[in-house]
Design a protein around this ligand. Sequence first.
Ligand code: PBG
Length: 342
Amino acid sequence: MTDVINPSTPQSEVSQNITPVTQRPRRLRRTETLRRMVRENTLRVEDLIYPLFVMEGEAQRETIPSMPGCDRYTLDLLLQEVREVYELGIGAIALFPLIPSAQKDNAGTESYNPDGLIPRAVQTIKQAVPDILIITDVALDPYSSEGHDGIVQDGKILNDETVAVLVKQALVQAEAGADFVAPSDMMDGRVGAIRQALDAEGWINVGILAYSAKYASAYYGPFRDALDSAPKFGDKKTYQMDAANAREAIKEVELDIAEGADIVMVKPALAYLDIIYQIKQRTNLPVAAYNVSGEYAMIKAAAEQGWIDEKKVILETLTSMKRAGADLILTYFAKEVALMLR
Ligand code: PBG
């Protein structure tokens, strides 16, 4: 026997005096091919939904300082971006509008203007890239002078009055050609009201992607910068969920399913992987996770400092969401990931 351990030396010769091990999980990690073969979860470009910010004007694109790599686009430039991401294999986009403050009011009236920015964007994209799925956000905050998701009265957010506006908003979006409407407002009863109205108007094939378990989260900060939609007073804790609650998420999901949701969503994703997991155990509907703006910004910021390997951290983070049970992931990384997976 030689002193030097040659890489080809059988393990039996170097470990003679060691108790035999019967289970060797490392056997299945030996090579990349083998690891790929036994891999339990895979991130696919088909799983990704790309959120995009649209603004009025022409030939302009504005950076969002807290979301490096994500811009706001005027519709003409947005079209190019949509074509590009569709070519990369991304099958769905979620649209969010930057509304000029002059068009904002407490009742979010602009949200159901049939000639508004979102309906125009939907129509234009549908014409140019008919096969990409378009998901439109249903909530008042981008249109609200108060920066809230509902109508404000005496410092309180009205529920049923808001739902009536959300229904009008969803109908206008369906009329424009949205494939899914996505209520993100957390008003009670809105999924049922929207489903009923869509069906009554003949939009039986327009789906509802429900933000079912949406938490009152500090991770939304950069998104509110992007849309200039931060609340003018208070916070969103009387309608969005308490970060400490899990059973309540299940209740919200059950209600949304009973009211007619087609896909249920958990938001944010990373700090709520346990919620994604629990919901996946309880429903056969597809489960979506929203990898929100603050989660995006943290990775971007650390990567810019050179403190983490950006690409690896992105893939690891999104894979953790799949492992937790997410079928779909809304993520600002969608385009980067599509390029990586190519
Ligand atoms: C608004 C809405 C928010 C997000 C999506 N829709 C912000 C909020 O509730 O204040 C956040 C998305 C993100 O942070 O990426 N209804």
